[in-house]
Design a protein around this ligand. Structure first.
Ligand SMILES: [Zn+2]
Length: 342
């Protein structure tokens, strides 16, 4: 079978189509045939050789986090899945043995690993992290779901406790994580103010996604949020940008508001006015991916057709380098989907 592997770190050119043996499922595994996957920032950081240990993988490696595929074979101890099932999977895999896991606090497992391996025609998925998805949901939607929606679900539902009385501010609303956040916040009944950096992207957000749409390059963004909220600010700020937005996140948050963060795509070195933070009595919450509780809850809404991920481009697996470049350069509005080689 064919898989796209990296043998060394580097640019998109290190993504190389290889012929490799079909994997054999272990007792708890599903063997899954790829229908679609997508590109995430994590894939790009690993490909480049990000120095943080969280991005370490043994080489050669098949990257790719997001699962949309059909089960073709199940391991001897698998219960609840059969060949022919269409599945996705939660990429967050807790260790199951540490003191946090033993107390059922799976979200806090310090020894978790992140699933990868979908840039291939066939791959293994541990059945304990797999979730069935209704056949009515397009492959592209399933492929855009796991990393973005499960992460956003944990941030907004699991951490911030979003509800109908909230005003949620979402940075970069057309990104995978941003658009997932908007849809989950709307599902909860909250009002959503979202930002985007180009008129084209703002137009996409105005088409039934966010209630209010702002330009995050505009100098008056914080003032506009206060205008739109009777000078209160946003009760929840959905952060995943970091350095470029962090100070303004504090300024546009309401008193007693929550800033929930799961990323720093613009960099880690943010400045912060601490007085501003404690006078406003803000809660700042860090978040990573999400548990099976989040995955199952979010997947129920995916299967019911409540989520319509933004799809920016669909490319064949053999053009994965081009898919990475599109994502990396922000040239598309929405997720970059990758499908098997025809
Ligand atoms: Zn653990």
């Amino acid at each position: 079978m064919r898989a796209v592997r990296i043998h060394a770190h580097g640019g998109p050119e290190v993504l190389q189509v290889d012929e490799i043996p079909e994997p054999a499922p272990g007792p708890g595994d599903l063997l899954v045939r790829l229908r679609a996957t997508s590109v995430n920032h994590r894939d790009i950081w690993i490909r480049r050789g990000h120095p943080h240990p969280a991005y370490y993988v043994d080489l050669p490696a098949v990257l790719g986090i997001d699962v949309c595929g059909d089960v073709v074979e199940v391991g001897a101890e698998v219960d609840g899945f059969r060949p022919g099932d269409r599945v996705t999977a939660n990429p967050y895999m807790q260790c199951g043995r540490c003191t946090y896991c033993l107390r059922g606090r799976f979200q806090l497992c310090p020894r978790f690993s992140v699933y990868h391996g979908t840039y291939a025609e066939l791959f293994l998925v541990p059945s304990s992290f797999a979730v069935r998805v209704d056949a009515s949901v397009p492959d592209e939607h399933v492929a855009a779901f796991p990393n973005a929606y499960i992460t956003a679900w944990q941030m907004l539902v699991g951490k911030a406790g979003v509800g109908p009385s909230d005003t949620v501010f979402v940075w970069a609303g057309t990104s995978g994580l941003g658009s997932a956040a908007i849809q989950i916040a709307k599902l909860s009944g909250a009002r959503v103010i979202a930002s985007a950096g180009s008129e084209e992207k703002r137009e996409v957000l105005r088409r039934g996604l966010a209630d209010e749409v702002l330009d995050h390059h505009s100098a008056d963004l914080v003032a506009r949020v206060h205008e739109l909220t009777d000078d209160e600010g946003a009760t929840i700020v959905f952060e995943h940008v970091g350095q470029a937005t962090w100070e303004r996140s504090l300024e546009l948050a309401a008193h007693g508001g929550t800033i929930v963060s799961a990323g720093a795509t613009s960099g880690d070195d943010a400045r912060m006015n601490i007085t501003y933070m404690f006078v406003k009595q803000l809660r700042i919450l860090g978040s990573r991916l999400g548990t099976m509780t989040d995955a199952l809850a979010a997947a129920r809404h995916l299967s019911a057709g409540h989520f319509a991920p933004l799809i920016g481009a669909v490319l064949p697996l053999e053009q994965l380098g081009e898919a990475h470049t599109l994502m990396d350069e922000g040239r598309v509005t929405g997720k970059v989907i990758v499908k098997p080689i025809a």
